[in-house]
Ligand binder design. Structure first.
Ligand code: ADP
Ligand code: ADP
Length: 231
């Protein structure tokens, strides 16, 4: 992933806020890349720009040599299948079962039923939810809900997984189990994970690269051990 001069300016009530301010970064395939910073630093806007949930004000984004920022609206749907996203509050469909939630992006992508069922079952096994296929989200714990969110994000076999404060609604023990799952997925599927957090502990536990954001800018980035070597 290559990001060049990325900017996002919000205008509300005639006030401009520069949420992402001239960010240039590259992220290697297979990295677990952490983005850390205080609330309001621009982390969430930054990852939402990567799949164009937010439209950039300026700059370029390339993912596997495809210029995401040059795609037309109708080309985005396909490109987004390559970019899974996991949310802090899960964003599950509450009237659908675990199995139906995970199958949903596959239905939209037009994957036929037999293949869909096979993929959903292997995703359920991968995230450790065997036996919960017919359960509704309201009957699951926070950690189990996030496992559904992760399985759904992986359904279309993306090469990039974006995690926006994916463990922030979870207790420390559940957070650890979800982080372990992300490491498993990274190793088994070889995909790139970009993970936003305000917790240093999360970065130290699973990331190999980190960017520190402040006021929309990346003020430091590199290997986690180097960036955090000095107090
Ligand atoms: P973080 O994820 O680090 O908490 P955000 O990306 O959510 O930071 O926000 C960065 C800045 O952009 C903040 O000042 C926030 O108030 C502002 N911002 C975010 N989204 C919007 C929006 N839709 N409209 C106006 N300002 C926004
Ligand atoms: P957690 O407490 O694990 O973070 P949430 O805050 O996401 O879980 O959800 C709390 C409860 O509210 C759950 O039992 C969930 O079923 C219900 N809930 C959350 N969002 C919705 C929604 N959009 N529609 C219906 N029920 C919801």
């Amino acid at each position: 992933i290559s990001i060049e001069g990325l900017r996002k300016v919000f205008t509300a009530n005639k006030t401009e806020t520069t949420a992402v301010d001239d960010v240039t970064l590259s992220i290697k395939q297979g990295d677990i890349f952490g983005v850390i910073g205080y609330s309001g630093a621009g982390k969430s806007t930054f990852v939402r720009l990567l799949n164009r949930l937010e439209e950039p004000t300026g700059g370029k984004i390339f993912i596997r040599n495809q210029e995401i920022t040059a795609l037309k609206k109708n080309e985005l749907r396909l490109a987004r299948q390559d970019i899974g996203m996991v949310f802090q509050h899960f964003n599950l469909l509450w009237s659908r079962t675990v199995k139906e939630n995970i199958a949903f992006p596959l239905e939209i992508a037009g994957v036929e039923k037999e293949e869909r069922n096979q993929r959903v079952q292997s995703l359920i096994d991968l995230v450790g939810l065997s036996g919960k296929e017919a359960t509704y989200p309201s009957q699951l714990s926070g950690g189990q809900k996030q496992r559904v969110g992760i399985a759904r994000a992986l359904a279309n076999k993306p090469s990039v997984l974006l995690c926006d404060e994916a463990t922030s609604a979870l207790d420390p023990e559940t957070t650890n189990s979800i982080l372990d799952l992300l490491v498993d997925i990274n190793q088994q599927l070889g995909l790139t994970i970009i993970l936003i957090t305000h917790e240093m502990r999360v970065i130290r536990k699973i990331c190999n690269q980190v960017a520190v954001m402040e006021n929309g800018k990346v003020v430091e980035h590199g290997n986690v051990l180097d960036v955090f070597a000095h107090p």
